[in-house]
Design a binder for this molecule. Structure first.
Ligand SMILES: [Zn+2]
Length: 437
């Protein structure tokens, strides 16, 4: 009797205690059940991004996201301008009232539009000080700027910032063609200003008018993502931007997301969050092995989204990387695509949000498994397919997954819990039916 009990116990221990029930379904963390995600993003739209880097990406069939400065693209409806009181009234007032919290934003917003060469540099300086939390120093910079204006120390002329000038050469027609190749184009504002130094009216002009030009030239799908210049994390600026764009590379507060910005030396480390956004920006000083190590970290974890922030290419743009290095780096990413989902910034954002808010219901009746997936997110943007993992009966070897008029032919895979299939499914449409033989 004792021996028999022991035998039963050993048998139970050796066989998996709980096999997954056929029909049990989960949404994989990343598309195609991969270990991690990578988004290759480009800021400023400098011309070699399109002439040099984009052909490398196309050769490797890797999609990317380009944040473009819309105001300088020929054919754009909206260009940089100052909206507010007459400039001469603002200048006059600076002679008697020092810059303070009530007049700072107006003065800093007007800085680039005084018809002088020089004050735009003070707009940038003041904005970077606000971004760094140094508001008193920002007020001082604006006082210094307007003192020089009143003393006639600046030459007349129109000044543009470096990013705006470097973006010269792009037009909407090729941008539209690149978008059709699978790349995401998204707003980097009208003129690449320091948003943290702008008043509400001028900040919203930069955000909304840039969106309108993207909308009018490329369509609604490209109004999802945006990047406020200089990676600003200024709370006030980000709050305004998020009224216009559903996804910001600057900040994306979600209870399930740990964010590591490109200025942060942190690594993904240990976290109790579902996902980590790991932003890294290579400069000319970043060794290639370090850039590859970011990719290794991402594919060796299960929860990480590597967001690469690139700027210049082959001498044009900020911190330009040589094309040989970019080619080797992107080839390295391509060679690990079995572990990495390489997708645009917008698509990865959509996938995570859809997965985090989706409900999956499944049933196994007769010889069919039915899986229904729904989420409450806007159908305007959140329509990318999710990868589902559904357990199937052990004797199903070849499986058909049918959703509407889409049919996928699948082979059963196995893990410790039994046989399963991985397949793509859309939420908020008809259920998926799985049948096997
Ligand atoms: Zn930029």
């Amino acid at each position: 009797m004792k021996k028999l009990l022991l035998l039963i116990v050993i048998t139970l221990l050796l066989s998996p205690i709980v096999k997954a029930q056929p029909g049990k379904t989960q949404i994989t963390k990343w598309q195609y059940g991969r270990n991690g995600a990578v988004s290759i993003t480009w800021d400023d739209g400098s011309i070699n991004q399109f002439k040099v880097a984009l052909p490398i990406l196309n050769k490797l069939q890797l999609p990317a996201t380009f944040f473009i400065i819309t105001g300088q693209i020929p054919g754009s409806q909206y260009h940089g301008k100052f909206i507010g009181r007459p400039i001469k009234d603002i200048i006059k007032e600076t002679a008697t009232i020092p810059t303070n919290k009530d007049n700072f934003f107006e003065r800093a917003s007007a800085g680039g539009y005084l018809g002088l060469i020089g004050p735009l540099d003070y707009h940038y300086k003041a904005g970077s000080l606000v971004d760094a939390g140094k508001t008193e120093a920002a007020y001082k910079a604006i006082d210094e700027c307007y003192a020089k204006v009143r003393n006639g120390e600046f030459k007349p002329g129109i000044q543009h910032n470096d990013e705006y000038k470097d973006a010269h050469g792009t037009t909407w027609a090729p941008i539209k063609a690149y978008a059709a190749q699978g790349h995401e184009f998204a707003s980097h504002m009208v003129t690449h200003p320091r948003l943290a130094a702008l008043d509400e009216t001028n900040l919203m002009y930069e955000a909304e008018k840039s969106r309108l030009d993207v909308l009018n030239h490329l369509g609604l799908a490209y109004t999802f993502s945006a990047e406020g210049p200089f990676g600003t994390e200024n709370e006030r600026a980000v709050a305004y931007l998020s009224k216009v764009y559903p996804a910001l590379r600057n900040r994306m507060p979600e209870p399930w997301l740990k964010e590591i910005s490109r200025g942060n030396k942190d690594t993904p480390g240990n976290t109790d969050k579902e996902y980590v956004q790991y932003q890294r920006g290579a400069t000319t000083k970043t060794p290639l092995p370090m850039m590859k190590a970011w990719v290794d970290t991402t594919m060796n974890r299960k929860d990480t989204w590597l967001v690469l922030t690139h700027h210049g290419v082959d001498g044009i743009g900020w911190e330009p990387l040589p094309h040989q290095e970019l080619d080797e780096y992107f080839t390295y990413i391509k060679n690990h695509q079995d572990k990495l989902w390489v997708a645009t910034f917008g698509d990865v954002t959509k996938y995570m949000r859809e997965r985090q808010s989706a409900k999956v219901q499944s049933s196994f009746k007769g010889d069919k498994i039915t899986v229904n997936i729904t989420h409450p997110l806007s159908k305007v943007f959140y329509t990318i397919p999710l990868t589902l993992k559904t357990y199937v009966p052990a004797d199903w070897k070849n499986i058909n997954a049918v959703q509407g008029n889409k049919k996928q032919t699948l082979k059963a895979l196995t893990d410790a819990n039994g046989s399963y299939v991985l397949y793509q499914a859309y939420a908020n449409v008809s259920p998926v039916t799985l049948s096997g033989s």
